[in-house]
Design a protein around this ligand. Structure first.
Ligand code: ANZ
Ligand code: ZN
Length: 790
């Protein structure tokens, strides 16, 4: 008997598939198109992670099934290759990041190929390739030309260790996500993208897509639409007023004090009138060093200082109320000022207790207003509107979403293609001069003055203004890591196009992505950013669909043994190569799909790998045996095969890969016990297993069904199950007398009227009704109901 030698047969079939080009996606075809997408990997120096294998295998199974179902499938791969680890490595070793990236991507490609994914390798993209980032720059310029990219002074999160500005989302609990160092606040000129202009579109777009509910929820939360009103509060000392944003105007009569954010512009204006200037100045200074996250942390006790010498007037009660400066109010949300209602807001209550401020209840437990003048007794929903108009307030919608900080003072990113001219201001580099290539520099280290290393590339820096031709200076900031991944799914459609980022006809054919799977950690940022770019390009009429992804699912993480995170420092990182060496790629794929429910975090368990290996060996042995024949009849096995096929088919759609594999294990057990296996059932079994374990199934398929001219199993037709064989064995039949249910029978599925009538008449519960009665009519609905009319 031939041995299952995965180390020989896997590379053999990979070569054969490559040669036959069976995974190439064809632009335009009579077949229906199918576009599967995975998040393209960052080619780190550590090589492929088993987590990549999980997500890639899942979408490979879907893609392979679709191919067999007759679709023209696009399943592409590429490198999201700009990023900090590569740059840090370059800083350490002096090797240019482009060179490091080349080395790393080579390793990644080799590893991915060895697992037998059905990628169309001809469409490979690399975000660091100038031919790619030329278009990233071009899209940025479209945003700039439409006023959606602007340079603004913002306080940024500054990591003093990495010497880099961080986006809010890169700060976790006040610490740098990368190095764990405490983040400081710094004022810096930054390029920003006005994603807030798309807040509403990004929210509404969620209605029309098939994303996991949890993903939709996180997107919506991140956008944070909030309906409320702006209300003006006059102040005692003069013409100034304070405008607040509130979602609870119904509580206005309970507003007993006000709070300004430390950065609120009124504070500096009225400073001369304050009797406690020094205390206020001191407080404002202290607050400016803290990050937003720190300031709003629930656990932290509230701090603040009263503004002595001025008072505000509650426009509803007309009473004078004190004003505080406190850092639990943020300057960059709403108006940077609030009316505080301690009776109905937790944070305000905590503050009020600390400062001995009045707490006035104005809404009862049952939702009616109390102590609210003419509005007492009114339902709070109604009172919201009524009170806003009573005090001349304005309805207002706010979003928590912030504009996207789009510059980094680093080296390894796309140069921002703008030139600064003393006379003309910021001027786009003309299309014909794109890409603006990264210049060579000696030192990749960020400069301690906070500027990018590009600021040291003197020759590159100096240029001419594209408009007036006077001497001008290039922007030295580069784009953030999120830039290239915001549109890569569009480039896959037409990766070699030199005239445009992707041909519109091809985009019309392929877009949108039918199924995108990725990590849960990317559902707020990457998903939102890429939807934003796509929606923007849609508004420019450059892409055909406003939403880039029809469906988005997520996988659970793979943890190290014992449920801890896999990390280099723990030394528990599993290299897929070692598993492949011992057991083969098919076993690795099967194992990762079998580990547990796809969306859950599961620990690596070397012992269970053996189980999958045994399974494939059993399949191999069946394939070598003599029990399979065209003439074999084995009704029970045929029935089980059909049922398993149905289950595998349906489970793939639900990403229930583990239960699909369990079902195939049961079937393989029965097959290895069977005296004879009908050839048709064997063929169906290989077909359903093919997307999971493409190599072994190809080998066994070719051995039995192969023709002289190679035709791969992976382009065979996806089999159909025999409907009548997968039916439940017993049907539940309701037995009625004159329309009233009197008994329930279990009968073999598809029992005839005669059989059902006979069984019902013999039923003890029914017999007593029919005794001595004359049956006028019998109504029979197969597999459902029999009704005796007497
Ligand atoms: C009075 C009030 C009474 C409020 C009450 C809430 C409950 P969302 O849903 O997040 O939009 N707020 C407004 N601007 C703020 C800022 N810059 N910093 C901190 N808090 C701010 O929350 C809006 C509510 O948060 C607003 O409604 C305001 O407090 C507060 F029983 O006004 B509310
Ligand atoms: Zn100029």
């Amino acid at each position: 008997m031939k041995k299952y030698d995965h180390s020989k047969l896997e590379p053999k079939w990979q070569k054969a598939w490559d040669k036959a080009g069976i995974y190439k996606a064809k632009d335009f075809s009579k077949k229906k198109k199918w576009y599967s997408l995975i998040e393209f990997p960052y080619p780190s120096g550590q090589g492929l992670h088993v987590g990549h294998v999980k997500s890639n295998t899942a979408m490979d199974i879907v893609s392979r099934k679709r191919r067999m179902q007759g679709y023209n499938v696009l399943y592409p791969i590429g490198w999201d290759a700009f990023g900090l680890p590569t740059e840090n490595y370059a800083v350490k070793t002096g090797i240019h990041p482009a060179k490091v990236t080349k080395q790393n991507t080579k390793i990644f490609e080799k590893q991915l190929r060895r697992i037998g994914f059905s990628f169309d390798w001809d469409r490979l993209v690399d975000t660091t390739d100038p031919e790619y980032y030329k278009w990233t720059q071009w899209i940025f310029l479209q945003l700039f030309k439409k006023g959606l990219a602007y340079k603004g002074k913002t306080t940024i999160n500054w990591c003093p260790n990495d010497k880099i500005g961080l986006a809010n989302e890169e700060v976790v609990g006040g610490k740098c996500e990368r190095c764990g160092h405490t983040v400081e606040q710094r004022v810096k000129e930054q390029w920003m993208l006005k994603i807030t202009a798309y807040a509403d579109k990004l929210l509404k777009g969620l209605d029309g897509v098939d994303f996991l509910p949890e993903i939709k929820r996180q997107q919506a939360n991140w956008i944070g639409r909030s309906e409320g009103a702006e209300i003006d509060f006059p102040i005692s000392t003069g013409a100034e007023k304070i405008t607040v944003f509130t979602t609870r105007p119904d509580t206005l009569f309970g507003a007993t004090y006000m709070v300004l954010a430390p950065e609120h512009e009124l504070i500096q204006k009225i400073m001369p009138q304050l009797s406690n200037r020094e205390a206020v100045e001191e407080y404002v200074k202290l607050a400016s060093g803290k990050s937003d996250e720190e300031r709003i942390a629930d656990a932290r006790s509230k701090t603040g200082v009263p503004l002595r010498g001025i008072l505000a007037i509650n426009p509803a009660t007309k009473k004078e109320i004190p004003i505080f400066v406190a850092d639990y109010v943020l300057s960059n949300y709403g108006t940077g000022a609030i009316m505080a209602v301690p009776a109905h807001d937790e944070r305000d209550l905590e503050f009020a207790i600390q400062f001995g401020l009045p707490v006035v209840t104005v809404v009862s437990d049952t939702g009616e207003l109390v102590d609210s003048g003419p509005f007492s007794g009114m339902r709070f929903e109604e009172a919201k509107r009524a009170i806003v108009s009573y005090v001349n307030g304005r309805p207002r919608v706010n979003y928590h979403l912030r504009d996207w900080v789009f510059s980094r003072q680093r080296y390894w990113g796309e140069p921002i293609p703008l030139v600064h001219c003393a006379d003309c201001g910021w001027v786009p580099v003309p299309d014909k001069d794109l890409p603006v290539k990264l210049p060579q520099v000696k030192d990749f280290r960020p400069r301690s003055d906070g500027e990018s290393p590009l600021a040291s590339a003197t020759a590159w820096l100096k240029t001419k203004c594209p408009v007036c031709k006077k001497p001008a200076r290039r922007e030295t900031d580069v784009m953030p890591n999120w830039a290239g991944s915001s549109w890569y799914f569009l480039r896959y459609v037409d990766p070699k196009n030199k005239k445009t980022f992707a041909d519109i006809k091809k985009l019309k054919y392929w877009m949108n992505v039918d199924w995108y799977n990725g990590g849960m950690e990317h559902v707020t940022l990457h998903l939102l950013y890429s939807r934003f770019w796509n929606q923007f390009l849609y508004d420019c009429k450059l892409v055909p669909k406003s939403e880039p992804y029809a469906k988005r699912t997520a996988h659970g993480m793979i943890l190290g043994e014992g449920g801890v995170k896999m990390s280099k420092s723990r030394g528990n990182v599993v290299n897929p190569d070692t598993v492949i060496k011992a057991y083969g790629a098919d076993t690795l794929r099967m194992y990762e799909m079998f580990m547990g429910p796809f969306d859950q975090a599961i620990s690596w368990d070397p012992k269970s790998i053996e189980g999958l290996y045994r399974f494939l060996n059993r399949v191999w042995t069946i394939g070598q045996g003599t029990t399979i024949s065209a003439r074999a009849k084995n009704e029970e096995l045929v029935r089980l095969t059909e049922k398993t096929l149905k289950k595998v088919d349906e489970d793939i759609e639900k990403m229930a890969f583990n239960t699909a594999i369990s079902a195939m294990m049961v079937l393989s057990n029965e097959m290895s016990r069977a005296e004879s296996i009908p050839e048709k059932s064997w063929a169906k079994f290989l077909c359903m297993l093919a997307p999971f374990a493409p190599h072994i199934t190809e080998e066994l398929w070719q051995a039995r069904f192969g023709a002289k001219k190679f035709s791969s199993l992976h382009v065979e037709k996806w089999p159909k199950w025999e409907t009548k064989l997968v039916k439940e064995d017993l049907a539940t039949i309701v037995v009625q007398v004159n329309g009233k249910t009197r008994s329930i029978l279990k009968l073999p599925t598809d029992s005839t009227r005669q059989i059902a009538e006979k069984a019902a008449k013999e039923d003890s519960l029914i017999r007593k009704y029919l005794e001595g009665a004359s049956v006028k009519n019998v109504i029979f609905v197969p597999n459902r109901l029999i009704n005796f009319v007497i």
